[in-house]
Design a protein around this ligand. Sequence first.
Ligand code: HEM
Length: 149
Amino acid sequence: MDNVASMALVGLPWIASHPYAYPALEVLHITGIALLVGSLLVLEFRVWGVAAELPLRPLARLSLAITLSGFALIVASGLLMFAAHPAEMLANRAFLIKMGLVQLAGLNAAWFHGRDSLALCDRTARVQTAVSSGIWLAAIICGRWIGYL
Ligand code: HEM
């Protein structure tokens, strides 16, 4: 068991030492963030009543497909960057806070869709969208700070 744990903590160090691998993963990570945050903001503005002439459900289907593709890109690139130096990341407060924020964003999204806030478009739905934007912004700030701690 100790062997497996120590191997897991060693991870894939070649990713960090490879001249292009880590920067390429950071580019994919940032591209995923742009897709996720950009598509979410379009839907969140619509929930606040901006461009009310746009039909909500078809818009939500399109923007959420882009959001989920962005999140998949973030997770894939993030896990590979994590695997480059797992012990260092697990000791990094900004990284741990960011992982907590990602889970909080997931809970907020589950509550949003669980109560069908898209159909209600009420005050709670607007508060949920504002909280969502705040959490993702905080995750971006923590992500950037990882390299400074
Ligand atoms: C499972 C999810 C995620 C994992 C495993 C992960 C992992 C990582 C790792 C290991 C780094 C590199 C840190 C460094 O070496 O400096 C990083 C950077 C970063 N992450 Fe994530 N991340 C995840 C999700 C997110 C999300 C959801 C966001 C924001 C919405 C985010 C924003 C950032 C930012 C802004 C950076 C700095 C990128 C750069 O400066 O090149 N991450 N992430």
